[in-house]
Design a protein around this ligand. Structure first.
Ligand SMILES: Nc1ncnc2c1ncn2[C@@H]1O[C@H](COP(=O)(O)OP(=O)(O)OP(=O)(O)O)[C@@H](O)[C@H]1O
Length: 232
């Protein structure tokens, strides 16, 4: 099976520091993968490279066999760590905007999720709380029929009760051959939906394993294992 994401000796330097220092990683289709690591380990940088927002300093990153660029924009649905939606628009207007912009956007699914999460479609985004804006943004991203979803800290501001619905939405609302890569610090909440985890440390892959392997071989949850591995 062709990998959905491949990194070979991937380096990314900013002017002041090296964020990725030789990442080798292969992700296959049909998985939900947690991208985990302490602050500054390079998670956002890796996601931005996969989304085509940054270019590697050295090495290679491929999405479905393509260098991230115009061909991969239609394959990748990206949720940035910060909200970027225009505040003066309503949720309904941004859904219509996405439907115009992306051929693979499912407006009916988006309105359905909005209703289930109790978000009023005609409320202007600037009147919504931070957590509610995050819900709208996640709904938009997950309503595309993409092959690779890149979610950078998707539910940091969402209350714990809504998190469970959102996680089951993430689980059920994407095509079975798509892969979801989620960067998060909320490991305990998210690990129930993960198939696989990648630990980043200092811009390198420290561990790439299935959740079942961690539970069987380490005898603990991913959250407990992460705390042990990255203990300060
Ligand atoms: N635009 C930038 N210019 C300069 N340095 C940057 C820039 N973006 C990130 N960095 C640096 O690159 C390193 C990796 O940052 P990155 O945001 O990828 O880490 P992260 O694992 O996502 O962190 P966090 O968990 O805190 O969100 C850090 O040392 C950070 O300071």
């Amino acid at each position: 099976m062709e990998p959905i994401l491949e990194c070979r000796q991937l380096f990314k330097d900013y002017t002041s520091c090296r964020a990725l220092a030789g990442v080798d990683l292969t992700l296959y289709r049909g998985r939900i993968v947690g991208l985990l690591g302490p602050n500054s380990s390079g998670k956002t940088t890796l996601i931005k490279l996969a989304a085509g927002l940054l270019a590697p300093t050295a090495g290679q990153i491929l999405v479905a066999g393509h260098v991230p660029g115009p061909e991969t924009k239609s394959l990748v649905s990206y949720l940035p760590e910060r909200t970027y939606l225009p505040d003066w628009m309503t949720a309904r207007q941004v859904i219509c905007f996405f439907a115009d912009f992306y051929a693979d956007f499912d407006s009916a699914a988006a309105f359905d999720m909005l209703q289930r999460l109790g978000v009023r479609p005609d409320a202007k985004l600037k009147t919504l709380s931070k957590g509610t804006k995050e819900k709208v943004q996640l709904i938009l991203v997950m309503s595309r029929r993409a092959q690779l979803y890149l979610l950078d800290e998707p539910i940091g501001g969402v209350d714990p009760a809504a998190r469970d619905y959102i996680l089951s939405t993430i689980l059920t609302n994407y095509s079975p051959d798509a892969t979801v890569l989620i960067s998060t610090h909320l490991i305990g909440d998210i690990e129930k939906i993960l198939d696989q985890v990648v630990f980043l440390r200092g811009g390198q892959v420290d561990l790439c394993a299935t959740v079942d392997e961690i539970r069987a071989e380490r005898g603990c949850s991913v959250d407990a294992f992460f705390r042990e591995v990255f203990k300060c």
